[in-house]
Design a protein around this ligand. Structure first.
Ligand SMILES: Cc1cc2nc3c(=O)[nH]c(=O)nc-3n(C[C@H](O)[C@H](O)[C@H](O)COP(=O)(O)OP(=O)(O)OC[C@H]3O[C@@H](n4cnc5c(N)ncnc54)[C@H](O)[C@@H]3O)c2cc1C
Length: 457
């Protein structure tokens, strides 16, 4: 068999860094969400770009699928080995190679997690801004074009990656981009690999943009009686141009879940979580303008948090919201949705979604990075319950259709994997065929994460 032939050569190359142990295979075939387990045939642990290149050359010669693996936190079945092959776990390539203080950049290996990078940066006065709810790897975040709570101010991975080193399907090593802030030099290959989900190449090095730690930070939470008032308040804050660093919406059900999971004591009502970065005076002024705007929408009990430990507790609770929501239905798994619409359609999109979920038989707490027009519902289902899964998928597909009808996208940040393939044609039309042509040109043997992002080859 082609996979077996590849495994024999890979085993000679990697020794015990090619694992076929059951726990390893199970861990790499598992999903954070509702997808059935799809374990690989083996897990490879490379330690250098050269080894990644050797692995890809072997797999290319034998037609063996290769699924790049960062921290395994992606939500749409991205790392499932649906065609078998090897999981290429980059966890051992996790070093910070260079911190370029003057350029506010760092050069890192792909397996480094965002929290590890920020720990390394602690004494530099700089930080890496992109913060998905999980402690994802920088390589995985680039490969999914991830974002998080701070994208409204500092941008997504698209805005914070300057250059990449990538190993192509046939083992060639290329470099894209540069340390310069801008360039008009040819096709934007860096942009092409961002969001390619391991289907076009394996990222082995990244130059990331950092930001200066703000002089002052202030966070606040406030409640609203009605969900639509909370969302309208966010839209007003964005349209007026108050420079928020984070602005998150959390519905009443999610607040109940967060209270139970993280020990917070927020009233069980829709909330906005917000944060301001800047000088002491700018932050105070922004917070005051925010207060004036949300007051008009009936905000209640505004609480501010300026002490680091209070802010950390607040944002940790927000980051743990997914696991908190799972706790609303004991033993549940979730179909997690992730649509993004133009800000002018946000209130309408959220209200229609809320009505849909309210009329359904399954719970679906909602929350999101609403400053970007991005929101999620965690549709909670019993594992293995086909009727609940079908209902969750019906709601999810109505959300996707709604986002497209409103001029938005089927995913603001989580990506496609194979969970969202069904909506790609509707969003992209003939452009989806072009994506397939790019895939075939760069990976003619279809070994890189087959079955994801593009139409079946
Ligand atoms: C609780 C929770 C909250 C989340 N919140 C957010 C959020 O706020 N924002 C957000 O954007 N996402 C969020 N996510 C989703 C997830 O964290 C992101 O998609 C993240 O970017 C995945 O990174 P990872 O290291 O886990 O990648 P993995 O899951 O390991 O891989 C993701 C994809 O990238 C590919 N890949 C991984 N490494 C490489 C590489 N070096 N080269 C090429 N391809 C590679 C894989 O093949 C796969 O297709 C959340 C997930 C959870 C569980």
């Amino acid at each position: 068999m082609t996979i077996n032939a590849a495994l024999t050569e890979l085993s000679a190359l990697l020794g015990d860094r090619l694992s076929r142990s059951k726990p390893d295979l199970e861990a790499h075939g598992a999903s954070e969400t509702h997808f059935a387990a799809a374990p690989p045939d083996a897990v490879a642990y490379p330690e250098s770009t050269g080894e990644v290149a050797d692995i890809l050359r072997i797999c290319h010669a034998h037609g063996c699928p290769v699924i790049a693996y960062g921290a395994g936190t992606a939500l749409e079945g991205h790392t499932s080995a649906i065609a078998g092959g090897i999981s290429l776990d980059l966890a051992r390539m996790n070093r910070v190679l260079d911190i370029r203080q003057g350029d506010m950049q760092a050069v890192v290996q792909p397996g480094l997690t965002r929290e590890e990078l920020n720990r390394e940066l602690r004494t530099t006065g700089l930080f890496f801004s992109v913060d998905p709810g999980a402690n994802a790897s920088i390589g995985g975040m680039a490969a999914t074009r991830a974002s998080g709570t701070t994208a409204v101010r500092y941008g997504t991975m698209r805005d914070n990656i300057r250059a990449l080193e990538v190993v192509m399907a046939d083992g060639r090593v290329i470099r894209t981009g540069s340390g310069a802030r801008k360039s008009s030099s040819g096709y934007d290959l860096t942009g092409l690999f961002l969001g390619s989900e391991g289907t076009l190449g394996v990222i082995t090095e990244l130059t990331v943009q950092l930001h200066g730690q703000p002089e002052a930070i202030s966070a606040a939470v406030c409640a609203f009686e009605r969900m639509e008032d909370a969302v309208d308040a966010v839209v007003a804050v964005i349209q007026i141009g108050i420079p928020v660093a984070r602005i998150e919406f959390v519905d009443a059900e999610s607040v109940r879940a967060v209270n139970a999971y993280s020990g917070t004591d927020l009233p069980a009502k829709p909330h906005i979580f917000v944060e301001f970065h800047g000088s002491e005076s700018a932050v105070a002024e922004d917070a005051e303008r925010f207060r004036e705007v949300v007051d008009e929408f009936g905000a209640e009990g505004i609480r501010t948090a300026t002490r680091t430990e209070d802010r950390t507790a607040l944002w940790t609770a927000r980051h743990h919201a997914y696991w908190a929501c799972l706790g609303l239905k004991p033993g549940a798994t979730a179909v997690v949705t992730d649509v993004c619409v133009p800000i002018s359609r946000l209130a309408e999109a959220i209200e229609e979604t809320r009505a849909d979920i309210a009329a359904s038989t399954i719970p679906g707490p909602m929350l999101g990075h609403v400053g970007d027009g991005n929101f999620h519902a965690a549709l909670l289902i019993e594992p293995g319950n086909a009727a609940e899964l079908a209902e969750a998928k019906r709601l999810a597909s109505r959300m996707a259709e709604r986002a497209l009808r409103m001029g938005g996208t089927i995913t603001g940040e989580h990506g496609i994997g194979f969970g969202k393939l069904a909506y790609m044609e509707a969003e992209h039309g003939a452009a989806w065929d072009v994506m397939g042509e790019i895939k075939r040109a760069l990976d003619p043997a279809n070994i890189l994460n087959p079955g994801k992002v593009v139409r079946g080859q």
